[in-house]
Design a protein around this ligand. Structure first.
Ligand SMILES: [Zn+2]
Length: 569
């Protein structure tokens, strides 16, 4: 491929809306362009890298025994109405109407269509299992698209659906998909953690998320340093790594704490620590006020709170809502003598002594508070998030709380779709039974962005070899000198003949601009044709990932390029 302003339109300046490295670099390196919020065009290099990711995914799916299909993007509403998700999905679904007034959506996922397709063939137990997948463009009406390819309205995804005559058989395929996903991540040079996850809108009994640890991730991941234990913020379990409260009992005492509302302010004023303070977080759900109490040294997990309340329809109390709830003194709310509020208590509060909490009157706190004596922690729920220093519930080793990007999610669905959609199979005894299902998604465009997040430096992208849009870049520094132009073009032709993909930069621009562009684009091997080629018949090679440089004689340079390329991991 010839480097031009059209094929690889690099930019010096960071796009104004780019908040993270992958968004900035994929645009600046001329890999993609924004069309509208959360909608992108992939230019030649971006399309090539995306195809590399998708081919790895395809190969691993085929190896695991799945078959590729192509489902439509335009889904009739009827299928979604039958499963009940036409309404459940809410505003995230892209909906449209044809000229005859029939309702459609642009598919965000395809459980309905694929289940109906399989059901129509009236399978017997002998036809199962079947695992069907597609790599497709998907749609979601994100309220606030952001972070480039990480949160889009149009994105690429591999979605697979498996069909079984028994739950044992589903378990076997689920395990193979789990292993295939780990293999895909590894081949894409992604450091992935598999965590237990809630099933959400897709439904079913068991699910796992494939999380790439990253500071820009929107999810919280808790994982063990020693064993395989990992879970997301909603499901994680932890053993406290420190003591909350004191061993001995103290009398309940009201203390004057003028203007002190934060856990740290109150603790330090009373010569104590967050390890002894009960933290109160206020939420509003409809017209009800909720006071959630957690240990002062922990964060409350809103996803756990949603599970405890059975709804995610709540928000932290706003300033302008205070007058609606005169029964509480915001900043000084505690469980002792609290009334007119729905209170929830984290499990760790049970039986604890020597605590500090708000006294439910302005500028006062209690100390010496004891659960069971001064208040009852009921209902007791798991609403606090793990914190560094906590211990693994499986092996007792140290837990780490970090952020992650979810690239894949697999689910054991069971009969969740086959029952309402009446997708049945004939069992060995002749009876009709609902097909047992699994579903397996991995975001390929999101993987592409995640690879850039994990593999870049201040100069640009450092593509892992397996994903690099092109293998080798030939840079002709002085295309006005005929011997350099010819040398560059010869290497370009020879490398293509040898089975490599090559980008040729013979633009009439300064060496500095071309070097910067080469580092920005991040092709694994740079072949530099310049003054040394004219004067001493040598050529420099540079490995983008490590910055290593080599000088070789121009004659037989192709062999050297191949060796350097093969030596890169
Ligand atoms: Zn562990």
């Amino acid at each position: 491929m010839n480097f031009s302003r059209v094929t690889v339109p690099t930019l010096k300046e960071k796009p104004a809306d780019a908040e993270i490295a992958s968004h900035e670099l994929l645009i600046r390196a001329g890999m993609m362009r924004n069309v509208a919020a959360g909608i992108y065009t992939f230019l030649p290099l971006g399309a090539s890298a995306l195809a590399k990711v998708e081919n790895i995914v395809r190969e691993e799916m085929n190896r695991a025994g799945a078959c590729e299909i192509v489902l439509p993007n335009l889904h009739p509403a009827e299928a979604w109405r039958e499963s009940g998700r036409w309404f459940q999905y809410g505003q995230e679904m892209m909906r449209l109407t044809d000229r005859q007034g029939r309702a459609f959506c642009l598919g965000p996922t395809a459980e309905e269509l694929v289940t109906l397709a399989v059901a129509k063939s009236a399978p017997s137990y002998r036809d199962l299992p079947v695992n069907l997948y597609q790599i497709q463009t998907k749609y979601r009406d994100e309220i606030r698209p952001r972070f480039g390819l990480l949160r889009c309205r149009e994105f690429r995804m591999k979605d697979a659906y498996s069909f079984h005559a028994s739950y044992e058989d589903l378990d076997a395929t689920y395990k193979r998909m789990y292993e295939a996903y780990v293999a895909m991540a590894k081949r894409c040079s992604l450091d992935v953690r598999v965590v237990e996850a809630p099933t959400g809108l897709i439904g079913g009994d068991v699910s796992h998320e494939f999380m790439v640890l990253s500071g820009v991730g929107e999810d919280i991941v808790v994982h063990c340093l020693n064993c395989d234990y990992g879970a997301n913020a909603e499901l994680e379990k932890h053993q406290p790594g420190r003591r909350f409260g004191t061993d001995s009992s103290y009398p309940l005492e009201e203390v004057h704490t003028p203007g002190l509302v934060s856990v740290t302010e109150v603790a330090s004023f009373l010569d104590s620590s967050a390890n002894n303070v009960i933290k109160c977080v206020l939420y509003v759900a409809g017209d009800e006020l909720i006071a959630a109490f957690v240990p002062g040294y922990r964060e409350l997990s809103e996803v756990k709170l949603a599970r405890a309340l059975g709804t995610d329809n709540f928000h932290p109390m706003r300033e302008d809502e205070r007058e609606l709830f005169p029964q509480v003194t915001v900043g000084f709310v505690g469980p002792v003598g609290l009334s007119g509020v729905r209170a929830l208590f984290d499990e760790e509060l049970k039986g604890k002594k020597g605590l500090i909490c708000g006294a439910n009157r302005l500028d006062y706190h209690y100390r010496g508070v004891e659960e069971g004596r001064d208040f009852k922690a009921e209902p007791l729920v798991d609403i606090a998030l793990a914190t560094d220093g906590d211990r693994c519930v499986v092996c007792g080793s140290e837990l780490i709380v970090t952020r992650g990007i979810e690239i894949g999610h697999i689910f054991k669905l069971g009969e969740k779709y086959s029952k309402p959609l009446n997708a049945l199979f004939t069992d060995a005894d002749g009876s009709l039974k609902p097909i047992v299902m699994g579903t397996y998604g991995i975001g390929t465009s999101r993987m592409l962005a995640t690879i850039v997040e994990q593999h870049h430096d201040e100069k640009g992208i450092k593509w892992p070899k397996a994903i690099a849009p092109v293998d080798v870049e030939v840079i002709t520094l002085n295309p006005d000198r005929e011997e350099q132009l010819i040398a560059g073009r010869e290497i370009y032709e020879n490398m293509i003949k040898a089975g490599f993909s090559v980008l040729l930069d013979e633009r009439e621009l300064s060496a500095g601009v071309k070097f910067n562009d080469a580092d920005l684009i991040g092709i694994p091997v740079q072949v530099i044709i310049g003054r040394k080629t004219s004067e001493q018949r040598t050529i420099d090679l540079k490995v983008r990932y490590t910055g290593e440089r080599f000088e070789f004689p121009a004659d037989g340079i192709e062999e050297k390029i191949i060796k350097v390329f093969n030596d890169i991991c």
